[in-house]
Design a protein. Structure first.
Length: 396
């Protein structure tokens, strides 16, 4: 437990962290990777280059300072980040490294303002927060390893099939190389794929949503190929161009908190933009096969028809369901975007909505779902990229 004096000091630093947090975390990552380059095998290099990871960590540190009197407030964020950590293979021994370099970075950026008293208070607070992460992640690792066909960290899988779904999205059907089955997963979860790309010094890890309902013997991921000049695209381009049927990939066990509540039979809407359709496919197929009588709406926005994946699959499921509808819009055409009018027409605000896509798309959809009367507790969403404060989208 933190003393009242320590909590008071931490809270007093919140305004400084709000102003200088990104500078601190930028210096932190630079220092840490200089001394521990092996950690570059875990961290997303593209997010580092674009400053996204630095911003995400700064927001997490600031949230910890604001809620230091009641760290339970940030537990949803801790759990979400812990799922990411488990899928990346983060271990307890990584936390002292992070803590040491974070405190040094604070001192270097804030100078004399970071008194010994402040640094000690943050050292104590970091210890408490790190212990929370380690405890949560230990439980997750144990649960993952003990489930049927489960494992920890990474395991070899074979690409059984590679299927082009659109001009930009390709599916990879993955089966364990040892011939075993795969664990059951919750619709909406993701796996991590670790690759060693020729010419690259470090391994690279990316998370991909599982894009079909849980099957006993395989995973399916559906990967959007990013542009050649996009630093985020190095892994997706490698998968699209270099990885073929019969090749091996290292894969983590399923993780993630953006999941379907399959126990409900009340109205549900799946609202996706672009490659955000991938977790929706797992959720939608589950509803279609397990509770086909459930009132269901699927709304999807893509740039154009050639980039629209899974269109025929969705139509096939809809035709077998008792009360389902499906609508699409294309930003390159006149029907453009999913609007409030579309939501009013198709979505029951007394039901649940699952939203996934680019952040601007989600901000718009969440705002409009609220405007048609849907309560925040019924709006569920996922975004791509580094973990963010869960309140950020809610505050838009």
């Amino acid at each position: 437990m933190l003393s009242p004096e320590t909590r008071m000091i931490i809270k007093s630093t919140a305004p400084v962290l709000e102003d200088h947090g990104v500078a601190i975390t930028t210096r932190f990552y630079s220092r840490m990777f200089e001394e521990h380059p092996e950690l570059l095998n875990i961290f997303n290099h593209a997010n580092q280059a674009q400053g996204r990871q630095q911003t995400a960590l700064a927001k997490t540190v600031y949230a910890a300072a604001v809620h230091i009197d009641n760290l339970e407030e940030i537990m949803p964020a801790v759990i979400q980040i812990a799922h990411k950590h488990v899928s990346l293979g983060v271990k307890p021994e990584h936390y002292p490294i992070v803590g040491a370099h974070l405190l040094i970075a604070m001192k270097e950026v804030l100078g004399d303002a970071a008194t010994d008293e402040i640094i000690q208070a943050w050292s104590d607070a970091y210890g408490v927060i790190a212990d929370a992460f380690i405890s949560v992640e230990k439980s997750m690792y144990q649960t993952t390893a003990e489930q049927e066909n489960g494992w920890n960290y990474f395991k070899d899988f074979v690409v059984a099939r590679k299927v082009k779904e659109s001009d930009v999205i390709t599916s990879f059907y993955l089966k364990p190389a040892d011939g075993s089955n795969v664990p059951t997963y919750i619709p909406g979860q993701y796996i991590s794929v670790r690759v060693s790309i020729p010419g690259e010094k470090y391994t690279m890890i990316r998370q991909y949503s599982l894009s079909q309902a849980s099957k006993p013997d395989e995973f399916r991921i559906s990967v959007k190929r990013e542009a050649d000049n996009d630093p985020n695209g190095i892994v997706s381009i490698y998968l699209h161009k270099q990885v073929n049927e019969g090749d091996r990939l290292e894969v983590s066990a399923p993780a993630g908190v953006f999941v379907l509540d399959a126990s409900k039979t009340t109205p549900v809407a799946f609202i996706s933009g672009g490659v955000g359709i991938t977790p929706m496919m797992s959720m939608f197929e589950t509803v279609a096969t397990s509770t086909p009588e459930r009132p269901t709406v699927f709304l999807h926005g893509a740039r154009n028809r050639s980039q629209h994946a899974f269109d025929e699959d969705i139509k096939s499921f809809v035709n077998r369901m008792e009360n389902a509808s499906y609508s699409t819009v294309y930003s390159d055409e006149e029907n453009g975007f999913i609007t409030r009018a579309m939501l009013e027409e198709h979505v029951d605000p007394a039901g649940d909505a699952y939203v996934c896509g680019p952040v601007p798309f989600m901000v718009s959809m969440i705002r409009e779902l609220r405007n048609i009367g849907m309560d925040d507790s019924r709006i569920h969403y996922e975004f791509f990229g580094p973990a963010m404060d869960l309140e950020e989208l809610k505050s838009q």
